[in-house]
Design a protein around this ligand. Structure first.
Ligand code: ADP
Length: 484
């Protein structure tokens, strides 16, 4: 591998470029016109336009060819789980840093991957995943699954096309609306119906395979703290679970990956009931946003391993080499307004100061001066902390969030601090309903903000002296609603 292109943006592009630098691989950023790449680009040797979006497979392949890249890392999101891109790379003689196109395709549809898991003896949520998709059939099957049930888009992702149905008389409308949403988002309106599990936890396993028949797991991540089915806080190990349960899940995860001859990094997601029954949800055939917590507790570099395995080398570790020690937590820092329905925010970052110190890692895609638009996902950065114990890790991430200062756009930083210091989180009482249950107690307390903002402004004379002045003072004026 000599030159690698990354058709992606933000923190994940930076993460991959850093691994390339360490390995002496030349890196090229593939970017969409209009995206602010001034920060990201610094980590790359070169940059090439992909036109108006990150989603055009032909443009990506043309760009790879034009810059002489012999490898491509898709990152996450965008084209990362499109079998078509992996296949196009295979055809063009470009190393795709990820699984084979056939493995991506096998896991691409929720219905199809459920069938496969059932064959492999991996438990799936009881439900209907058949081909018969007429309204009559779906209504009939829904009745037999029972209520509450979850209507899901088979092609789904990001929680789109998902509806909870509590009673029989709501079913038809939910099916119609899920079909519409699924057609709009994925161009495919096939649905599946699953029993809706109350107060579940989302626990996923990092797995890794190579081209020599080896597959290992790198333990679990608990991603139960979600808003609208989107992860907000992730941690490992999963709190309050026995080793025995985690080992059974790890075994199922490896069986799932082996069943599609999986190569490179992937994630097998499970949903776990309050009685500790677990079911396969889906497999993500790419690197995940939350991969750093795994890196911190296992002391490995997953991207480096991805590049090695994609070049045909065997996995750098055997299962017995991998140990899980200490505790890691990640929070996702967004440009959004927790006080106004978490609406995405835009603006220019007028002041930016990251936390540091022992056990603190920040994977950021922005810095001071970055323009935050509404065109792309509003995630600015990830803050990841490591400590010997879960308690110490919570103390540390709360401390780091206190140090994190971003001015010029509203962010969820202070809200995240209230989340990680919430007594229920401290107790490890996590479930996907956490925010529904505790949303009210996560509201800000008056008077928390002023000292921090004042300190940030005092230490940012240059930001104030330049064009940022107006924005910073806007922020100051609205401080009551701002930096809590
Ligand atoms: P997507 O591909 O859209 O992300 P998933 O199937 O991975 O959809 O599910 C996303 C989230 O939705 C899960 O993490 C969980 O919180 C919730 N979920 C999914 N299936 C169920 C279910 N059967 N019962 C309860 N919650 C579910």
């Amino acid at each position: 591998m000599i030159k690698l292109i990354v058709p992606n943006r933000g923190e994940i592009a930076v993460r991959i470029a850093r691994a390339c630098r360490e390995l002496g691989i030349a890196s090229v950023l593939g970017y969409a016109e209009g995206d602010d790449i001034r920060f990201t680009q610094r980590f790359f040797d070169d940059a090439v336009s992909l036109g108006n979006s990150y989603l055009d497979v032909n443009r990506v392949i043309d760009a790879a060819r034009a810059c002489g890249a012999d490898a491509l890392h898709p990152g996450y999101g965008f084209l990362s789980e499109r079998a078509e891109l992996a296949a196009a790379c295979e055809d063009a003689g470009i190393v795709f840093v990820g699984p084979k196109a056939t493995s991506i395709a096998a896991m691409g549809s929720k219905a199809q991957s459920r069938h496969l898991m059932q064959k492999l003896g991996v438990p799936v949520v009881p439900g209907y995943d058949g081909d018969e998709q007429s309204m009559d059939a779906l209504l009939r099957e829904g009745e037999s699954v029972g209520f509450p049930l979850l209507v899901k888009a088979s092609a789904g992702g990001g929680g789109k096309g998902m509806k909870i149905v509590r009673a029989s008389n709501e079913l038809r409308a939910a099916i119609e609306s899920a079909q519409r949403e699924a057609m709009k988002a994925f161009g495919d309106d096939r649905l599946l119906l699953e029993r809706y599990i109350e107060e579940p936890r989302h626990v996923e396993f990092q797995i890794f395979g190579d081209a020599h028949g080896n597959i290992v797991h790198l333990f679990e991540r608990d991603c139960s703290l979600q808003r609208r089915h989107q992860k907000v806080v992730e941690e490992t190990p999963a709190p309050r679970y026995s080793d025995e349960l985690r080992q059974r899940m790890a075994k199922a995860a490896i069986a799932a990956a082996a069943g599609v001859d999986y190569r490179n990094a992937g994630t097998v997601e499970f949903i776990v009931t309050p009685d500790n029954d677990f079911y396969f949800l889906e497999m993500n055939t790419r690197l995940q946003v939350e991969h750093p917590i795994t890196e911190l507790v296992t002391d490995v570099d997953l991207v480096r391993a991805q590049l090695a395995v994609a070049s045909g080398q065997p996995l750098p570790w055997k299962q017995s080499d991998l140990q899980q020690r200490g505790h890691a937590i990640e929070v996702r820092v967004y440009a959004e307004d927790p006080d106004d329905r978490f609406l995405p925010q835009s603006g220019t970052i007028a002041y930016y100061s990251e936390p540091s110190g022992p056990g603190v890692r920040v994977d950021a895609g922005v810095t001071r001066g970055s323009e935050i638009g509404l065109r792309f996902d509003p995630m600015l950065a990830k803050l990841i902390c490591f400590a010997e114990t879960r308690d110490a890790c919570i103390d540390r991430i709360a401390r780091a969030l206190r140090e994190y200062t971003i001015l010029g756009t509203k962010t969820n930083v202070s809200w995240l601090r209230r989340v990680v210091t919430h007594p229920a989180f401290r107790e490890g009482l996590v479930s996907t309903r956490f925010f529904e249950e505790h949303g009210d107690s996560l509201q800000p307390q008056a008077s928390e903000a002023a000292p921090l903002i004042a300190a940030a402004i005092a230490s940012a004379p240059r930001a104030i002296a330049t064009g940022a002045q107006r924005r910073v003072s806007d922020v100051w004026n609205t401080v009551g609603a701002w930096g809590r």
